[in-house]
Design a protein around this ligand. Structure first.
Ligand SMILES: [Zn+2]
Length: 602
């Protein structure tokens, strides 16, 4: 070739390829993620992660990044939206009619497989245009890192039980709270932002990506999605009958050993069974269940190499989305049906209607399963002074049983709604955060209501998630009470009925009262002087022989009472008009008859 010919040829080539320049930068090398470039050994920091998603958003017109909040350390909480129809707002997405999927990563930042898997999955969908049926039928929303501040406490020593990545984030937030215990109480700004986002998007299916430790076994990935009709209604039935039976074999066909996320009854004897059951809504996936949506927990096993865990997470999410893309209507219908079922709760007050607050997992009935463990031997620990298991490589398939059946142990009749005196502002804020519609009384209201009084109140001696928790017995009774104008009314008969009862019924496992939102009602505020109380007690005893008899019987029956002068006077004090009746009394009441009162719109 002469030089003129060479230049002309090169120019021709350049002219020819220039319209495709956008594609040229889309070579597979260029779109490799940080994780892939590291030889699948490392996971990116916050900035690298968001930069990669920003590049995806620049390269594709069907992607948008939005911020749903800011962390206490000032980082954006990003939601990455992929919608073929550019339905980038919750309103548009809901009108669009396709299932909305939320994939959440790094609620526990040290457990970063989800983040690395969704970076590759988003790239494969958008740049390599793989699996087109997914974007054809679904709207994807992704939180690459939820606990952004915890994520940036980055280091090699954050997960002692875990095999890689090289360095990773820290489990809790910058104020040391575990986001995956905060879904009901919503103590941290990250969670409050998340709940606002969730209320708007109302995703039909939610993935939460984690890594578990515990005993060593063959499973690279374990999963949990609620399958109890009583708890999650049509959505749980969808998970049990439609979703899992398709997704599990599809994931296994890709070569992964997967199994249910359920603890062994006895870690040394797997044949005794695995405990499934219903979980508390303070955790992500059960929270989503009580909001009438499907919540899928992924827990890869910490001892498997990082690349194997990322691949299993990628494939498990992928096959789930592929399955969903085939039958999007089934999930949409299940969610609609469960929204309707929740709306029936408390629509009218019917004492025979029951809503379960607590469950027990039955161990008399279960599904047989082969537990896929590793053989281990017990070794004497020179330091601990006791035996500990040392797992080998020999596979140990043990015929066992999965206990999933539950029965309710505490159930209540849903009321029409609850009245909350307006001064309990933090409680009211949290109720609103969970999507409840509230009303304010425009005038005073007198009526008979169902009330709770607490007894046998015991506080924990150590904080849990920064709160002083307590246990108590409840006594339900009817009483006439007056509520002032300004009192908040929270009606049921809506899609949020279940979460409202989970917060306001004291026997619910994550009741706000149990989390310590009302702790001041348990503190005594007034005390008597003995020289004042003695004459009052004498007068009361003289006036009321029945009371005196009761007192004398107690003196005989209870020697420590008889020996305690203060307690003897206290016996009369708590039966006198000076006694604080609001102590141990729940300020929130159950409304069981329609309210005849004017409201101010909130
Ligand atoms: Zn976790």
């Amino acid at each position: 070739m002469n030089w003129l010919y060479r230049i002309s040829f090169s120019l021709l080539i350049l002219i020819f390829i220039s319209p495709f320049c956008k594609n040229i930068q889309n070579t597979s090398y260029d779109w490799q993620t940080f994780y892939e470039k590291s030889g699948k050994l490392e996971t990116p920091r916050y900035k690298d992660t968001m930069d990669y998603f920003r590049r995806l958003a620049q390269a594709s017109s069907i992607v948008k990044i939005t911020q749903f909040g800011i962390s206490p350390e000032g980082r954006d909480l990003n939601l990455f939206i992929i919608s073929k129809d550019q339905s980038f707002t919750p309103q548009k997405a809901q009108k669009n009619g396709k299932p909305i999927i939320l994939i959440q990563c790094c609620i526990h930042p040290g457990e970063s497989e989800g983040k690395d898997a969704v970076m590759m999955l988003a790239r494969d969908l958008l740049i390599h245009q793989k699996y087109p049926e997914i974007l054809e039928n679904l709207i994807l929303t992704i939180i690459p890192i939820f606990n952004v501040d915890g994520h940036e406490r980055f280091g090699p020593y954050n997960r002692i039980n875990q095999d890689g990545p090289k360095e990773m984030g820290w489990r809790v937030t910058s104020t040391r709270l575990n986001l995956n215990r905060d879904f009901v109480k919503a103590d941290v700004p990250e969670m409050r932002a998340w709940l606002n986002m969730f209320n708007q998007w109302k995703p039909h299916l939610f993935y939460d990506c984690h890594t578990t430790d515990g005993q060593d076994f063959q499973y690279v990935l374990t999963y949990k999605i609620d399958t109890h009709e009583d708890y999650g209604g049509a959505v749980s039935l969808w998970a049990k009958n439609e979703f899992l039976p398709m997704v599990i074999p599809a994931c296994e066909a890709k070569g992964h050993i997967i199994g249910p996320f359920a603890g062994l009854v006895d870690e040394r004897q797997p044949e005794k069974g695995l405990m499934g059951g219903v979980w508390r809504p303070m955790l992500s996936n059960p929270y989503v269940t009580v909001r009438n949506r499907a919540g899928l927990l992924i827990e890869t096993h910490s001892l498997k190499p990082y690349s194997q865990r990322v691949k299993a997470t990628y494939d498990f999410i992928l096959v789930g989305l592929q399955e969903l893309a085939k039958h999007p209507d089934k999930l949409l219908q299940a969610v609609k049906k469960e929204d309707q079922r929740a709306s029936e709760l408390g629509k009218v007050f019917d004492p025979s209607q029951k809503y379960a607050l607590q469950y027990r997992t039955r161990t008399d009935i279960g599904d047989s399963l082969v537990y896929r463990g590793y053989r281990f031997e017990m070794k004497k620990g020179d330091i601990s002074g006791t035996a500990y298991p040392v797992y080998g490589n020999e596979k140990w398939d043990v015929p066992s049983v999965l206990f999933e059946e539950v029965e309710s142990t505490v159930a209540i009749s849903p009321p029409l709604g609850y009245l909350i005196p307006q001064q309990w502002t933090r409680v009211i804020e949290v109720i609103k955060l969970h999507g409840a519609t509230i009303y304010r009384l425009a005038e005073d209201l007198r009526g008979e209501f169902e009330c709770y009084r607490f007894s046998d109140v015991k506080f924990r001696s150590f904080p849990y998630e920064g709160r002083q928790l307590l246990t108590y017995e409840t006594n339900l009774f009817k009483e006439k009470r007056t509520f002032k104008a300004g009192t908040i009314y929270v009606p049921l008969g809506c899609a949020e009925s279940k979460i409202i009862m989970q917060m306001l019924e004291p026997q619910a496992p994550d009741a706000l009262v149990g989390w310590g939102f009302f702790n001041t009602i348990f503190e005594r505020r007034e005390y008597f002087e003995t020289y004042v109380m003695e004459p009052i007690a004498q007068k009361m005893a003289a006036k009321n022989p029945k009371l005196m008899k009761e007192f004398q019987e107690k003196l005989v029956a209870d020697r420590s009472f008889a020996a305690n002068p203060y307690q003897r006077l206290h016996f009369f004090y708590e039966r006198s008009p000076y006694w604080d009746r609001e102590k141990n009394l729940y300020p929130v009441v159950r409304v069981t008859e329609p309210l005849d009162v004017k409201f101010i719109d909130e």
